[in-house]
Write a protein of this length. Structure first.
Length: 487
């Protein structure tokens, strides 16, 4: 199921220079129909993580497949006096005709490998750069943060509560979606829940408690109305001396009235969460409510959750908002969209971006990405090759680190398997990919995660998995670097 982005007019969701370049290509004879290859990738893993969790493919598909310039767009562009009439006429009938290949949402990905590959007339490929990066950078960043938080929770459920702290309405919707792909059990965002066929999650605010004459009355009325989700917020006045005792009175009152609380417990939103959760667990157990849940919130992230675990906190549910939805403390993934090849009429001519900063030098050519598994199905490395290369699992395979090429790994024939990671999504303007539910994307992520080692998955000083270049691609890159000439 795709998002509701299709109902919005987003053709002008681009940077001006994309349109300026498009018009330039349009005006140069025989240029606008040149086919180009662009790669979407990123250069650095955020948060000290060893990888990222890819999210955003559905929204990228919707954006591309629904690109259309309406009359108001054309009139606005005309008012800028930057664009000629024949180019504006071209935009009136604009329709995507290119192809998109991509990793699947929920994939574990790493820096410097193409996560999406765009093959399209250069004038079309140029238009989508800014929006594609906006979607890719944000959702992948949130999904990766969600993975870390859920990993720190060590099997305890994490709820996404970020709507009110998100940087925009869109970031709240699609950030919640990305968080669920990477492990959150649900979201408080009702619109996101509706869009992705989820059951929204939530408790109550302090204002509910304060609006009644007593804390007990507030808890009692809530419990009567919501016996199937009776999580009572106990820190409005005094958690241990008022909130928890009043919650227990209500739990007992429900029993007396034969009202079964199918899901019930308390939420603590302030104070020493480790101490308060331990004390709450003792009191609840002593009163016969050992199945009552303890939920905590209050600016949680993976570091605080790990600290709570080390202190022996008794917590069943985490509500995480601000630091998840805002990707604290790393503000942006920094993904980029770079040309790697252009058609010369017969074949693709490789292109490379050269920089004084070595990390900004790109990998040239029309490429494939293969994931290499050992005979037990465990992840070994990703291998970037040129499209005209074939990997034969009947033959030995040599892998080497492109940064430190003397570091090599030899795999014997039949003792490894391969998977092409760039799946066909849109081919010649036609959607060939069938999207899956958010639940299925989370299952896919979990299945991928199981094939990685704990050393690779750990949150502190992880062992980063290798992204290697084939010998042919490596030699092409070096040759282009050494023999570059500005003709």
């Amino acid at each position: 199921m795709f998002s509701e982005i299709k109902n919005r007019k987003l053709a002008l969701l681009t940077d001006l220079y994309e349109l300026l370049m498009m018009q330039g290509y349009f005006k140069i004879k025989n240029f606008k129909n040149k086919i180009a290859v662009f790669d979407v990738f990123y250069r650095k893993n955020p948060y000290g993580n060893g990888f990222c969790v890819f999210a955003g493919l559905s929204e990228i598909i919707d954006f591309i497949m629904n690109l259309k310039f309406d009359e108001s767009d054309i009139n606005y562009l005309k008012k800028t006096k930057l664009f000629c009439d024949d180019f504006l006429d071209y935009l009136k009938s604009f329709k995507w005709s290119g192809s998109v290949y991509s990793f699947l949402e929920g994939s574990i990905i790493n820096k410097k490998e193409p996560i999406l590959k765009i093959i399209a007339p250069i004038i079309e490929a140029q238009l989508i750069e800014s929006a594609v990066l906006s979607i890719f950078n944000h959702e992948t960043m949130v999904a990766t943060k969600a993975y870390r938080i859920c990993k720190a929770a060590d099997g305890k459920a994490v709820m996404e509560f970020g709507l009110r702290r998100a940087h925009s309405i869109d970031s709240s919707i699609y950030g919640a979606k990305a968080a669920i792909i990477a492990g959150c059990v649900g979201t408080s965002n009702v619109l996101t829940a509706k869009m992705y066929d989820l059951t929204p999650m939530g408790t109550q605010a302090h204002s509910w408690i304060m609006s009644f004459d007593s804390e007990y009355a507030a808890f009692y009325e809530f419990a009567k109305i919501y016996p199937n989700m009776c999580i009572l917020l106990v820190d409005t006045y005094d958690t241990l001396n008022s909130g928890i005792p009043n919650a227990i009175k209500v739990f007992k009152k429900m029993k007396e009235e034969n009202i079964k609380l199918t899901k019930y417990g308390i939420r603590i939103d302030s104070g020493d969460l480790a101490y308060l959760s331990c004390e709450a667990r003792k009191i609840l157990d002593k009163e016969g409510f050992s199945d009552a849940l303890i939920c905590v919130s209050n600016d949680l992230d993976e570091n605080l959750i790990m600290s709570l675990n080390m202190q022996g906190a008794k917590i069943d549910l985490y509500g995480v908002g601000t630091k998840l939805i805002t990707c604290y403390p790393d503000g942006s993934l920094g993904g980029v969209y770079k040309m790697s090849a252009i058609s010369n009429g017969k074949s693709f001519e490789p292109k490379i971006k050269i920089s004084e900063n070595s990390e900004k030098i790109t990998n040239p050519g029309n490429k494939e990405v293969y994931r290499i598994w050992d005979k037990n199905g465990n992840m070994i490395a990703d291998l970037i090759t040129l499209c005209d290369e074939e990997i034969d699992i009947n033959k030995d395979l040599e892998l080497f680190d492109p940064i430190e090429p003397w570091k090599k790994l030899y795999l014997k024939a039949f003792e490894y398997s391969i998977e092409k990671m760039l799946k066909p999504i849109i081919i010649d303007g036609k959607l060939v990919y069938c999207d899956i539910s958010l639940e299925e994307k989370n299952k896919y992520f979990n299945s991928v995660k199981e094939k990685f080692t704990e050393n690779q998955l750990r949150l502190i000083n992880p062992k980063e998995y290798y992204v290697d270049l084939s010998k042919k691609l490596y030699d092409l890159k070096l040759n282009m670097l050494y023999n570059y000439k500005d003709n």
